[in-house]
Design a binder for this molecule. Structure first.
Ligand SMILES: Cc1cc2nc3c(=O)[nH]c(=O)nc-3n(C[C@H](O)[C@H](O)[C@H](O)COP(=O)(O)OP(=O)(O)OC[C@H]3O[C@@H](n4cnc5c(N)ncnc54)[C@H](O)[C@@H]3O)c2cc1C
Length: 483
């Protein structure tokens, strides 16, 4: 059926939007997680919502799977294509439709780059708050699908807290609108279901987001500690004191080494950990909070505290932190970016446990994290050419187990995608997974929208793997046995 679909697309769409050439298709074989690769059957470079509706309609007609792709920076293989499927790329849908300071809203196409929205909003005195470290390249459509977070989500919340409306091409090819400008629409929160659904419920073709007023004052503090334990104590003290920084980020010695090698941010020499805290708001409030943070860092053992003197110094501090993933490439030929969550109070315990797991396996782990949210990003370093891949993957998996053992979760912001679906069963039981599947089937009964992602066992609507006989637990639990 894919052949027929390709013939239709070649006939009906401009040639520059339809990619069938093998070499060109290879460009799209993976997202930011390059350990999984698959050459797509067809790539469509959509330029409008109508293009997306046309292609998805064809997929529904022929029963062909489709996968949406924004900028391809995802780190969980969410946009991993299929040889028997169509990859719908939205990066040409990059129009900022409106920026309205009266309503404090912007309407954008899904291919708009995260940082471009803030650039467009700044002259109006506003910005877009969720700021993934990939914000210079990742798309708003991808952010919506992954419910992306970033350094400033501690105070301002994740993508889910900023999206008020969506236009979506549904898996049957119809176009629907959910939510709008209002903060709390009537009825079921369908926008809430779509944000974070990792492209499994439809293709987002327009996004309405909340804009946040640019703060009157901002102060960025950099504190150097001898150990990650001391830095973790500082974070706990700051939060316990009732100070709510816009961001609190931590990096350990190895991550500092990598950042210094790559972008020379000038972090304190000899530090076992650095803490970056940002305070924003009215000047008097920021001054008071700054004094608190400096005092609390000192009490926790900071040996050097620096406040960014100007915008250049502030940008350099953040450059060190935001380029940390890529910077690790300077100190290791290969690495895995892990993403897990733990309660803030378990920070020291889990970090020590990670250190032990890494030492046992003879693997180095650099730690970068959104400490305020308890969102860890351990970077497991290895050298594929020396046959270390398996050991590194083992360490990476054990880190996820540690997060779960300490009451955390398998992903903070990078999503489940293809990579983490096998961990889903560690966190959710079969009933939980079946309920999620019910939601998915309500949107996509044919199972053609980004299939094979999120769920540990491939299942279609109406199918229950391994459950040919007996009473289904959903029925036992009193939930209608409807799929
Ligand atoms: C160096 C680096 C740093 C990063 N830092 C962060 C960070 O701080 N915080 C964070 O949250 N993430 C981070 N990420 C991960 C990634 O950038 C985010 O997940 C981002 O939101 C992905 O956007 P994208 O446009 O690249 O999406 P893609 O990778 O193209 O796709 C991601 C998922 O979204 C789906 N999708 C894309 N567009 C649509 C659409 N229009 N409709 C429906 N589904 C769609 C895809 O099917 C896929 O499942 C980082 C990645 C890198 C490489």
């Amino acid at each position: 059926m894919l052949e027929q679909l390709i013939a239709d697309c070649v006939r009906d769409l401009p040639p520059g939007q339809v990619i069938t050439d093998h070499a060109q298709l290879r460009t799209y074989e993976c997202d930011g997680l390059s350990s999984y690769r698959c050459i797509p059957g067809l790539v469509i470079l959509a330029e409008s919502s109508a293009d997306v509706a046309y292609v998805v309609g064809k997929c529904a007609e022929y029963g062909v799977p489709f996968i949406a792709r924004g900028s391809g920076t995802g780190l969980s293989g969410g946009a991993l294509p299929r040889t028997d499927g169509v990859l719908i790329v939205t990066s040409r849908m990059n129009r900022i439709v409106s920026v309205d300071s009266g309503d404090e809203r912007a309407v954008v196409e899904p291919g708009v780059i995260n940082a471009h929205l803030t650039k467009a909003a700044l002259p109006h005195g506003y910005y877009y708050a969720p700021d993934p470290s990939s914000q210079q390249v990742c798309s708003l459509g991808g952010n919506v699908a992954e419910n992306s977070g970033g350094a400033h989500c501690l105070k301002y919340g994740f993508t889910a807290h900023h999206v008020t409306g969506l236009e979506v091409v549904m898996p049957d090819g119809s176009t629907e609108r959910f939510g709008g400008l209002a903060p709390d629409p009537v009825g079921y929160d369908v926008v809430g279901a779509l944000v974070g659904s990792e492209g499994t419920l439809g293709v987002v073709t327009e996004v309405t987001v909340r804009l946040v007023r640019t703060p009157e004052a901002v102060q960025t503090v950099l504190a150097g500690f001898r150990s990650i334990d001391d830095a973790g104590t500082a974070v706990s003290k700051i939060i316990a004191a009732g100070v709510l920084p816009a961001a609190v980020e931590l990096m350990d010695a190895l991550a500092i080494e990598a950042a210094e090698a790559a972008v020379h941010p000038g972090y304190p020499a000899g530090a076992g950990a650095v803490l970056v805290a940002e305070l924003d708001g009215p000047p008097s409030e920021v001054d008071a909070q700054l004094a608190d943070v400096e005092r609390l860092c000192q009490e926790a053992g900071a040996f050097e505290i620096r406040v960014a003197a100007d915008e250049v110094e502030r940008a350099l501090i953040w450059k060190g932190r935001k380029s940390a993933f890529a910077a690790v490439g300077r100190i290791s030929p290969d690495y895995i970016v892990q993403d897990g969550v733990i309660p803030r109070t378990a920070l020291s315990t889990v970090l020590r446990a990670i250190e032990n797991v890494a030492a046992e396996a003879g693997v180095r782990v650099a730690n970068v994290f959104h400490a305020g949210d308890g969102n860890l990003h351990p970077l497991v370093l290895f050298d594929e050419s020396k046959g270390e891949t398996e050991r590194a993957e083992e360490v990476s998996n054990r880190i996820i187990d540690l997060c779960l053992q300490h009451g955390g979760s398998i992903t903070g912001e990078h999503g489940v995608g293809h990579d983490k679906k096998l961990h889903m069963g560690k966190m959710f039981n079969e009933i939980d997974l079946d309920v999620m599947q019910l939601v998915r089937c309500a949107f996509d009964p044919a199972g053609i929208c980004n299939p094979g992602k999120i769920f540990p066992t491939p299942r279609l609507c109406g199918e229950r793997p391994g459950r040919a006989q007996g009473v289904h637990p959903l029925t036992e639990a009193g939930i209608a046995d409807v799929f």
